[in-house]
Design a protein. Structure first.
Length: 149
């Protein structure tokens, strides 16, 4: 069973996602409790590979409301848990021009916090406009189909 905590909807607008990966997140106790309360923000968050390890940057997990002095820093860098083969494959793809790792969503699967990473390529301004037009056309078609039934 999967419980979605937060999604990065802006990533789908700004980037074209070519491939997705699932990674575990190394968290502190108060961070897990805060995630269960749904207090996370993935806006502008991305992952980097450093010394054969993957780290999540700019992911904001708000401090736990009932936490004490052991509360965490909301914007701290968090380590992502991936297999060595996955990391080396990602490194090969990221080294290509224009590709980056973007955090798409955080969710719980079987009680464990996971993050979905997307191998993304930045969209140009005209591509963003095209995707908006396409989305509006789909909405209009669905609206007309709904009226027919």
């Amino acid at each position: 069973m999967e419980t979605i905590v937060t999604t990065n909807r802006k990533a789908y607008y700004d980037y074209s996602i070519e491939e997705t990966f699932e990674a575990g997140i190394s968290l502190l106790g108060t961070e897990v409790k805060s995630l269960r309360d749904g207090k996370a923000n993935l806006k502008d968050s991305y992952a980097i590979i450093k010394n054969s390890e993957v780290f999540l940057l700019n992911c904001q997990i708000s401090p736990y409301s009932h936490g004490n002095i052991q509360n965490h820093d909301p914007l701290r860098t968090r380590k992502l848990l991936l297999h060595k083969k996955e990391i080396s494959r990602l490194w090969g793809k990221i080294s290509q021009k224009g590709l980056t790792l973007v955090a798409l969503k955080i969710y719980f699967r079987n009680g464990r916090a996971k993050v979905e990473l997307g191998l993304a390529k930045g969209k140009k301004q005209y591509e963003k406009r095209d995707s908006i037009k396409e989305k509006e056309a789909k909405r209009e078609i669905e609206r007309h189909m709904k009226k027919r039934h």
